[in-house]
Design a protein around this ligand. Structure first.
Ligand code: GTR
Length: 325
């Protein structure tokens, strides 16, 4: 081999290595409405780290937190059409698209976080995951979101009757609207990012969420009365565009699934700590937490179940969840 040929050979190897390194990395975009550091954002970052390590850098994940890619409803369309690859989102905005997601969004369905974990980690959780596929999505994981409770700027809620006439922002899902109505209050569905100013300007009296959201979205600054009625325990879901998923080799799909599973444990750990931290923070800053008797809230929910648990499949699912010990 002449010197020139050797030189050309080396150049080819160097060029292909360079293309290999640069061209092999597929950066997957992931959306989250929450700010950096929030347990869901951190869990998806952790998932990305694992995926990057285990695919030798062929795949990595970039998390666009703080609703940089838009409000949840808009990002659903983006991930369904493959404009973005991944999305961490509440299960509730899927209620109008995927019937099975209505079930874990039902008020007072889960008795405790343990009960919710048993259901979502088991066969019912798998059925709900499978229901995302016809919508063009692969559900990789469910994350914790604790319990949602009402908060407002007007007065402490010490019993269900105190809810009468108050106007609450809810997630854009009809189940939420009817849950609030059933409690004698008014519901206004609106995107998460608009809630702070809507409370501040008095367009609404309050909203409903868990402590970490109430704290990090700064709603606690404008709505000091938090009532621990814990009316819903809607899990978060981490989804991937089916079109992006189908591009992965079976080996890579297995890596993604395993990484997602491991990110669940991570998220739960971060979540439990964040709930305590956020509650302490808002209380120190002046939020007043009341604990109304839950039974009248629970008793008022019959019309919601009648309206949304209509077909036999959903009825069975609700019964199986109630029977899960
Ligand atoms: C949070 C949830 C977000 C978003 C938000 C909301 O608990 O983590 O994904 O759905 O509630 O109320 O819009």
């Amino acid at each position: 081999m002449t010197f020139i040929a050797r030189l050309a050979g080396t150049a080819t190897i160097i060029t292909s290595l360079w293309i290999g390194a640069a061209g092999a990395e597929t950066v997957l975009k992931s959306s989250d409405t929450h700010p950096d550091g929030y347990p869901t954002v951190e869990a998806v970052k952790y998932f990305g780290q694992l995926v990057k390590e285990r695919t030798n850098g062929r795949y990595s994940v970039e998390v666009y937190h703080s609703a940089q890619l838009g409000e949840e409803k808009d990002t659903i369309e983006q991930v369904r059409t493959g404009v973005i690859d991944l999305n961490r989102i509440s299960m509730a905005p899927f209620n109008g698209i995927i019937a099975e997601t209505k079930v874990p969004s039902l008020p007072y369905l889960f008795r405790s976080e343990d009960h919710m974990h048993k259901v979502m980690d088991g066969a019912i959780g798998d059925e709900i995951k499978a229901a995302f596929e016809p919508a063009g999505l692969v559900a990789l994981a469910f994350y914790d979101s604790g319990a949602r409770s009402f908060y407002n700027s007007k007065k402490p809620i010490t019993s269900k009757d105190d809810m009468a006439g108050l106007k609450f922002r809810v997630i854009q899902s009809d189940i939420f609207v009817d849950t609030v109505k059933a409690l004698g209050a008014n519901a206004t569905p609106m995107p998460y990012g608009e809630v702070y100013s809507a409370i501040e300007t008095g367009v609404i009296d309050g909203a409903e969420n868990n402590f970490p959201s109430y704290d990090t979205a700064k709603h606690a600054e404008v709505a000091k009365f938090y009532s621990l009625d814990e009316h819903m325990m809607v899990p978060e879901v981490f989804v991937m565009a089916k079109s992006s998923w189908d591009k992965l080799s079976p080996e890579d799909q297995a890596i993604f699934k395993q990484a997602a599973m491991e990110s669940v444990a991570k998220q739960r750990e971060l979540w439990a700590a964040k709930v305590k931290e956020s509650r302490a923070k808002v209380e120190t800053a002046g939020s007043k937490v009341t604990t109304p008797d839950k039974q009248p809230f629970i008793d008022a929910m019959a019309p919601v179940y009648e309206k949304y648990v209509t077909d036999q499949k959903l009825k069975d699912m609700v019964e199986r969840i109630k029977a899960t010990q």
